[in-house]
Design a binder for this molecule. Structure first.
Ligand SMILES: Nc1ncnc2c1ncn2[C@@H]1O[C@H](COP(=O)(O)OP(=O)(O)OP(=O)(O)O)[C@@H](O)[C@H]1O
Length: 767
């Protein structure tokens, strides 16, 4: 195995670690994989093959041909292979071959971001084939060009937002394009998850319905990072049965993967006196510095934009002490870079002119950077798919490379560094989305009816009976009218503008700088009280603002630029009630349930906190209550089981609370959610269940499928939760195990040992 280079870089990094620290929890060598080539398919015209060859793509890899064959034969397909495995060629080949052999057909390409769409468009144009007429159609397309695109473009590169707002509402103007539509490419399909994924799933169903109205039946091509069960996810997303191609024939250099847990620091204490680890960012800056000194081309992924900038800055500072020329070879990268800037960065990393780049996840999508010497991932990026996408940037053919995963102060990160097989040998989590969520379904059915009257035969892809019920509600509310032939939209205004496919429903709160009137961004109405309450410190693109006023009725938060030395953290009181238990599993003294709940919360105060964690004061707030109706998974425990396990009445609240926090932290292991997409409530005696209960609920109206996923995999989920708590070496609970960064109760009470007992009771009963 060619792992010498990776191992050598690792020992260099370890040489700088103080003798009393042992951050390495695991090292593993992943073997090299050799390329597997196939022949160009017979149906591919010589001109198209020639264009690829001219760009240095001599022969396709096996999976590229396998996918291309399906597409050519009009079978919907999902290609789920690793980073830089050449997914683009797999669809470009059949699409461009069709263009060459059928002078009329058209294709759509959808990317989750404009930047990625622009990259792919450039790649197609660079092939320099005649009659392709590839063109973008997004928010930046000038009005005068739009008519040309509608009338002449054959391959339109766009995004879900534009399909929703710009194409479907005026589909008649696209009639010719739709009539000839042969392919719909859904790139980076794994990005469509949670509520956004549910929106896009319904959008794709609307798109297909309109295409069929004009007589075409396009083939869907989903390109995704490796995910578990790609066929199921893609079928759910696209609304058509997709064949999966997963055998990756692209080559990959050997990689040494090191899992790294920063040490607990003696000198610093966090909330309630809990110990704190050295920050993943600081540790990453140090590792990046060592690697750059070694001349290794390294990419460090840091979760926040500010973190990426600080990491680059502190690596540059450290390097300037060693060799001033090296300091200039480290840069930061963030979202919002122009395409030219990204190209320049790709080039200088490839040439070695730049040696170190600290980046946010923005570099994850659509950048042609591969074959680096090292990648450092600071903090779990939320999904295994993202982790491998980032790690996949390392690995030079014929030479080894190094990947270091640095854990943050977080229970999921703790679990992963102590359970390497969960990180390195586990199938990637399923992409969770729920197109049947009535809160998402209703506005899409209204849009669909406005596009073309909805008929009974249209309903199966929209959920059949569920759709029929939602339509009845829309009729009752006067939004639609039911006539014998179907459901009609009756107003002159289109419903599309009111549907925010990236938000979780409801009018967004605008964050506006009072002095200048500049709109900085928007906040979900559901989280506004917690994030933009008066006095809150609001970060926007690395600049700090303080909120002066929150007017929920007007949908406005007024802020001014100010960078105080403290951060703010909301305090809330939360109550949950069970509206409907959908499924209940009874075990001896333990029940596990899935159902609909109402979560009532009120932000009542906020804390001002110094970077050291010290609290300056608590400021009361007068904000309204808010109720969220959503989906939850919960378990209950009979009192005698708690007592038998030695959990006394006074301890129960803290034990359940700690078990709840850790479980929220671990759910992203099984569902593609972020811990901020879900919430929890625990109580020693819940009025609706009559017992000690821990609830974990979705954070969006109607749910996004996360609680459902927790319910389906409850045993795996709670086993991992228990392991995470148990493997953290702190005494009484810290952010790496049972403390939560978003706890509205200031992480009190928490009982770490009690949480393990609680989980033992539940696991014993259900497994
Ligand atoms: N058959 C091939 N032989 C050699 N190089 C190839 C082949 N196919 C693709 N490549 C090269 O591999 C690189 C990655 O290709 P591409 O960007 O399509 O990968 P991807 O799977 O879409 O990546 P991502 O995971 O970022 O979405 C490109 O530089 C491309 O030119």
């Amino acid at each position: 195995m060619r792992t010498e280079r990776g191992r050598q870089l690792l020992s260099r990094v370890l040489a700088g670690v103080p003798a009393n620290e042992n951050p390495l929890t695991h090292v593993e060598d992943l073997p090299e994989r050799l390329p597997q080539y196939a022949e160009w398919p017979d149906w591919a015209p010589a001109q198209v093959v020639g264009a690829f060859r001219a760009r240095g793509l001599e022969k396709p890899w096996t999976h590229q041909v396998e996918a291309a064959e399906h597409i050519w034969n009009s079978r919907h397909v999902v290609l789920s292979t690793g980073t830089a495995s050449g997914k683009s060629l797999s669809y470009q080949l059949p699409v461009l071959s069709s263009f060459a052999t059928d002078r009329r057909c058209t294709a759509l390409y959808l990317a989750p971001t404009k930047a990625l769409g622009a990259d792919q468009l450039r790649a197609v144009r660079d092939l320099d084939l005649p009659d392709v007429r590839a063109s973008s159609f997004d928010g930046d397309t000038p009005m005068e060009e739009r008519d040309w695109v509608r009338a002449h473009a054959r391959w339109v590169f766009t995004n879900p937002d534009m399909i929703h707002r710009g194409i479907l509402p005026s589909h008649a103007r696209w009639a010719q394009f739709f009539r000839r539509l042969k392919y719909i490419v859904v790139d980076e399909a794994h990005a469509y998850r949670g509520v956004f994924g549910s929106h896009v799933a319904l959008l794709l169903r609307r798109l297909r319905r309109v295409a069929r109205h004009y007589g075409s039946d396009p083939t869907f091509i989903a390109a995704s990072a490796t995910v578990s069960d790609p066929s199921v996810s893609a079928t759910r997303l696209c609304g058509v049965e997709c064949v999966a191609v997963t055998e990756d024939g692209s080559p990959r250099g050997a990689r040494t993967v090191a899992l790294w847990e920063p040490p607990l620091m003696d000198e610093l204490k966090g909330e309630n006196g809990a110990p704190v680890r050295r920050s993943a960012g600081a540790e990453t800056a140090r590792i990046l510095t060592d690697l750059v000194v070694e001349g290794a081309r390294t990419l460090a992924f840091v979760r926040s934009r500010r973190g990426a900038e600080l990491t680059a800055l502190s690596a540059r500072h450290a390097l300037s002490q060693v060799d001033t020329t090296l300091a200039g070879r480290v840069a930061a990268y963030r979202a919002g870079f122009l395409p030219e800037e990204r190209r320049a960065l790709e080039k200088s990393l490839a040439s070695g002119e730049l040696l170190g780049v600290a980046s946010t996840n923005a570099l994850e999508l659509g950048v042609d950077i591969a074959g680096l010497d090292a990648v450092v991932v600071a903090g779990y990026p939320g999904t295994l798919a993202s982790f491998w996408q980032q790690a996949g940037r390392a690995g030079r053919a014929g030479d080894g490379s190094l990947v270091v995963f640095v854990a943050r102060d977080d229970p999921l990160d703790t679990y992963l560094v102590h359970n390497p097989s969960a990180m390195l040998h586990r199938p990637i989590e399923a992409t969770v989305l729920d197109p049947l969520n009535p809160y998402v379904l209703a506005p899409h059915l209204a849009c669909a009816a406005a596009e073309l009257p909805l008929k009974d035969k249209d309903l199966p892809p929209f959920g059949g009976d569920t759709a029929r019920e939602v339509l009845q509600d829309l009729v009752n509310d006067g939004v639609l009218r039911k006539r014998p032939a179907g459901w009609y939209w009756t107003s002159r205004d289109r419903p599309h503008a009111g549907v925010d496919i990236r938000g979780s429903g409801g009018e967004q709160i605008m964050v506006v700088e009072a002095d200048t009137g500049r709109m900085l961004g928007t906040v979900d109405p559901g989280s506004a009280c917690a994030t933009v309450h008066p006095g809150a410190v609001y970060l926007h693109q690395g600049t700090s603002y303080v909120v002066d006023e929150l007017d929920l009725d007007a949908g406005l938060a007024l802020v001014h630029a100010e960078d105080p030395e403290w951060t703010t953290q909301p305090r809330d009181v939360v109550d949950i009630s069970v509206l409907k238990t959908l499924t209940k599993q009874d075990f001896d003294g333990v029940t596990v349930c899935l159902g609909d709940v109402a979560v009532t919360s009120q932000v009542v105060a906020y804390l001002r906190r110094l970077p050291s964690g010290e609290v300056i004061d608590q400021v009361p707030l007068d904000l309204p209550e808010r109720t969220l109706e959503t989906r939850a998974v919960w378990y209950t425990i009979a009192e005698d089981l708690l007592r038998e396990a030695g959990i006394e009445r006074a301890q129960t609240g803290g034990a359940l609370h700690a078990a709840e926090h850790a479980a929220i932290g671990l759910l992203p292991l099984l569902a593609t959610c972020d811990r901020w997409d879900i919430g929890g409530v625990s109580t020693a005696m819940h009025p609706d269940t009559g017992e000690a209960t821990v609830f974990v609920h979705d954070g969006h109206p109607g749910g996004a499928g996360f609680a459902d996923r927790g319910f389906q995999s409850i045993a795996d989920w709670l086993t991992a939760t228990r392991l995470a708590i148990d493997s953290c070496e702190c005494q009484a609970g810290c952010p790496s195990c049972v403390q939560s960064p978003k706890c509205g109760n200031g992480n009190e009470p928490l009982d770490k040992a009690g949480a393990i007992r609680v989980l033992d009771i539940v696991l014993k009963a259900i497994t």
